[in-house]
Design a protein around this ligand. Structure first.
Ligand code: ACO
Length: 451
């Protein structure tokens, strides 16, 4: 995997980005004017192939330009594998379908972070650590009083995760294994306590303390739904659905929020600061915020009785500026396997709980129409993880403004695993992209009275 050094060439005369990769040889050749630059080819364990351009500028004066990073590998990683053409997702080699069926969120979290399925002892110890760290410092609790009641829970979540840095200075540089384990467990445990507390604050209810006797998912539901003098008894089906939902969201290689976490981590920032940044990146409607946008769309279609066919026609009309939320993906050009699982879960959960949600019918209809339409077929637009997740969360009784927060709880182990991978990389350098400057060329300052 270690790339060989490219041959040194003199600076090129003309600009061209035409690269030719010869997959039979260990290098690619890039023709820049009359100069040829040899570039190493890096091959991953699943035969992903990349042209290593890390020394290109040094040897040629050129950089590469790839806005949105659609074609840029930012790192080598061994955490999750996605084959977007075949609709494959694996965590540490294990297909997502197997983990969804057999694992729990806590086990999957440990697996993602440490790379192997935990032994019974390791799992017990991790559970113990999660329970040990489930409480928030009272100083953090008091901070909830400072947020306006209707503060978006994603804003609160990010601020509070970052604020954890103030209360746990002993684990800000978790270099040794036990300190890291403690920091990772604190974050994964507290993110759920913070999330539930931000919801309680947003509805003006008293914050519910965690109950150490409950499992990770039961405890979250308890903190969300217990009200004074009215304990909440979590339904077994809902607990299982929550486990599954969190497993499906736990990692997804170099997505926007994970890349953000890695970038912040590359500067040496601590785990809490890096993951707080991840929450901010996840919030956007083109990323984790899409699960809210999907439900809002379905709800709007239901209330206004707009025919899904007419809505799809509107989406196809580019002048409308409307996208079918929960559809399309940068990497998947086939059905997102997580969407496939969630579609089945939505069907099963709603029928078990005897819920008749008209939004599920509308979603199915939209999907059916879109998948037969050449606009979507030609662009390889399929349902992504967010298309059915909101319907599952609604059935679990979770409010819409918590949907992206749930995504963040699920994604936290993935962020932790990536933070660790960055920290453990002995060749790590700070992430610092370059740019092609297109602003003014040299000009002089003009005093204000002369402007
Ligand atoms: N509805 C309608 N058209 C779409 C959609 C959509 N949801 N997604 C992409 N397209 C069209 C684009 O208009 C574009 O058409 P064109 O070639 O005629 O210009 C083409 O498909 C390619 O789209 P891009 O925006 O270039 O694709 P990109 O890879 O940059 O974006 C993204 C991926 C952001 C997910 C996009 O598909 C999208 O906006 N989807 C809706 C939001 C969403 O569901 N986000 C969640 C993604 S999963 C996640 O983050 C957890």
């Amino acid at each position: 995997m270690k790339p060989v050094q490219p041959d040194v060439v003199s600076p090129p005369q003309v600009s061209t980005s035409a690269a030719r990769t010869d997959l039979a040889s260990p290098t690619a050749q890039l023709q820049l004017g009359d100069k040829t630059v040899q570039l190493p080819i890096v091959v991953g364990t699943e035969n992903d192939r990349a042209v290593d351009i890390s020394h290109l500028r040094e040897h040629s004066g050129f950089i590469t330009l790839d806005e949105g990073y659609a074609n840029t590998g930012a790192c080598c990683s061994s955490i999750s594998y996605v084959d977007g053409d075949k609709g494959i997702l694996r965590y540490r080699g294990i297909p997502i379908e197997q983990l969804a069926e057999h694992s729990t969120f806590v086990e999957t979290a440990w697996f993602l972070i440490y790379g192997e399925l935990p032994t019974a002892d390791q799992l017990r110890n991790f559970r113990r650590l999660l329970t040990e760290h489930e409480m928030l410092h009272e100083g953090l609790h008091n901070m909830f009083n400072g947020f306006p009641q209707h503060a978006p829970p994603m804003a609160t979540l990010s601020a509070m995760i970052n604020a954890c840095s103030c209360y746990h200075p002993d684990i800000l540089a978790p270099e040794d294994r036990s300190t890291f384990e403690s920091a990772a467990a604190r974050l994964i445990s507290k993110v759920r306590t913070i999330a539930a507390a931000s919801y309680k604050t947003s509805i003006g209810h008293p914050i519910v303390y965690p109950n150490p006797k409950l499992s990770y998912c039961e405890n979250f539901l308890h903190m969300m739904f217990t009200i004074p003098n009215q304990p909440y008894e979590p339904d077994e089906q809902i607990v299982r659905a929550l486990n599954l939902l969190l497993i499906l969201h736990a990692d997804h290689e170099q997505n926007c929020s994970t890349s953000t976490v890695r970038m912040v981590a590359s500067s040496g920032a601590n785990l809490f600061a890096s993951c707080a940044a991840g929450v901010c990146a996840l919030w956007g409607p083109l990323h984790g915020g899409a699960n809210v946008a999907v439900i809002e769309t379905l709800d709007m279609l239901h209330k206004s009785k707009i025919d899904p066919k007419d809505y799809i026609a509107k989406v196809k009309d580019k002048s409308s500026g409307i996208r079918l939320m929960g559809f399309g993906h940068r990497v998947y050009k086939y059905y997102d396997p997580r969407a496939q699982i969630l579609r089945a879960v939505a069907d099963k959960l709603l029928s078990t709980l005897k819920i008749n949600d008209p939004l599920l019918d509308i979603a199915r209809r939209l999907e059916e129409i879109a998948l037969q339409d050449s606009y979507f077929k030609d662009r390889h637009l399929y349902p992504n993880v967010d298309f059915y997740s909101g319907i599952v969360m609604r059935a679990m009784g979770l409010p819409v403004n918590m949907f992206t927060v749930l995504f963040a709880i699920g994604r936290t182990p993935g962020w932790v695993a990536h933070w660790k991978e960055v920290r453990d990389n002995v060749h790590k350098r700070i992430d610092r992209p370059r740019q092609v400057y297109i602003g003014h060329t040299l000009r002089d300052y003009i005093p204000v009275e002369m402007r």
